[in-house]
Design a protein around this ligand. Structure first.
Ligand SMILES: *Cc1c(COP(=O)(O)O)cnc(C)c1O
Length: 385
């Protein structure tokens, strides 16, 4: 695409603002049509039925492919629809290695759904090279990465893991939801396929659910296209349009929210009530060297520990700015409590082993004034101690 000559800041605008040839309208129309008239009995046009392709969805799919430096993009009804479609490129008897800190929905998909179809799995700490190498079997086809991880923000070296995967004849898939292509481009680092929950930063406004896939090469793209059409979990056109709207401000949101997150993380480290801050953008974080090599910033999500569930309960009642809810990546700050939310189904021992302690809160930092965010936490901390 000609857009590749531009920087991301230009691309988020150019790839989403596509004048309609019929009218000159500068935004792609929301093509609410399930079917397309074929004017020639022998030669059908580009579109025939919207599950197989739709003009509004095409603009979105081309936009995300351009931003991720891939060859093809695909839009799905949710992030989980994208992830299940990507993993169904595997066949019965194949094996996938996944990061042990994988998103809960992906964990459930692999351990309770794909296993029914004979797809085997192993969870490993992808930071442990020896353990990773040991996990390969003759039938290993994919290594599945998610970085930084949720909610402890552990970083995986994408280039190293992709190289090890390729040396063992496997592909590398990366869930890039937390970073977005503005901050991190996994395909440039050697990955073969990128996944997104478009629900989060790409849409950016806590309004729609969406999922995306981008493939590096045409062949894997053909496989994903076949499955997208065969399984049919495509994104509706109105939501495609809203996602295009969200992407237009992606660069400015990621830059500002990352700066807010770094300022908040730095401040949190100095608070007596806070026993730990997880944020890979902090220069004293063990993850900082890899993060600063492969990503433009630490992103907009951090987590911190305030010692006990009791303290968390008080804090949640005392803060006035962030909404207390699941999800992340929106214009508004979102505070969540992983032990009762994203990781509620995990037993306490397993949770603690992953650093998800009873005092841990995840903070997805929004576009509010960071001084207000600090003051809000400060007044809450003062009432707790
Ligand atoms: C939210 C999320 C998903 C799942 O996306 P949905 O749109 O909720 O289906 C997958 N991976 C990560 C990292 C997420 O945060």
């Amino acid at each position: 695409m000609a857009n590749n000559q531009f920087s991301d800041w230009t691309k988020v605008i150019k790839s989403t603002t596509k004048p309609d040839p019929a009218t000159g309208a500068i935004n792609p129309p929301i093509q609410l049509s399930s079917t397309f008239e074929q004017r020639d009995f022998d030669h059908f046009g580009k579109w025939d039925y919207s599950r197989s392709g739709n003009p509004t969805r095409d603009v979105l799919e081309a936009s995300i492919a351009t931003l991720e430096h891939g060859t093809r993009g695909f839009a799905f009804a949710t992030g989980m629809a994208a992830i299940s479609t990507a993993l169904l490129t595997l066949n019965q008897g194949d094996h996938v290695i996944l990061t042990k800190n994988v998103y809960g929905g992906t964990f459930r998909l692999v351990t309770q759904v794909l296993v029914k179809y004979g797809i085997e799995y192993t969870f490993v700490d992808l930071g442990d090279e020896a353990a990773l190498k040991q996990a390969f079997q003759s039938n290993t086809k994919v290594v599945y990465i998610e970085t930084p991880s949720n909610p402890t923000l552990q970083v995986t070296n994408i280039a190293d893991v992709a190289q090890i995967a390729h040396a063992h004849g496997a592909l590398a898939f990366v869930d890039n939801t937390f970073m977005t292509p503005i901050l991190q481009k996994p395909l440039d680092l050697g990955a073969d396929l990128v996944l997104h929950s478009g629900t989060k930063f790409l849409a950016g406004h806590s309004d729609i659910l969406a999922g995306l896939i981008v493939t590096k090469d045409q062949d894997l793209g053909d496989q994903v296209y076949f499955l997208q059409n065969a399984m049919g979990a495509t994104l509706g056109v109105s939501d495609c349009w809203l996602l295009l709207r969200g992407i237009k401000t992606l660069a400015v949101r990621m830059e500002k929210e990352s700066a807010n997150a770094l300022a908040l993380a730095t401040w949190l480290e100095q608070q007596p009530l806070v026993t730990k801050v997880n944020y890979p953008g902090l220069s004293d974080s063990p993850d900082y060297p890899v993060q600063s090599k492969q990503a433009a910033s630490g992103g907009a999500v951090l987590s911190f520990d305030i010692g006990s569930e009791d303290n968390v309960r008080k804090l949640v009642e005392l803060v006035k700015i962030p909404v207390f809810s699941v999800s992340l990546g929106a214009v508004e700050s979102i505070l969540s409590y992983p032990p009762k939310m994203s990781h509620a189904e995990m037993n306490p021992a397993e949770r603690h082993a992953r650093g998800i302690t009873d005092g841990l809160l995840r903070y997805s930092v929004g576009l509010e004034d960071v001084e207000d965010l600090k003051a809000d936490l400060k007044q809450a901390f003062e009432q707790i101690k």
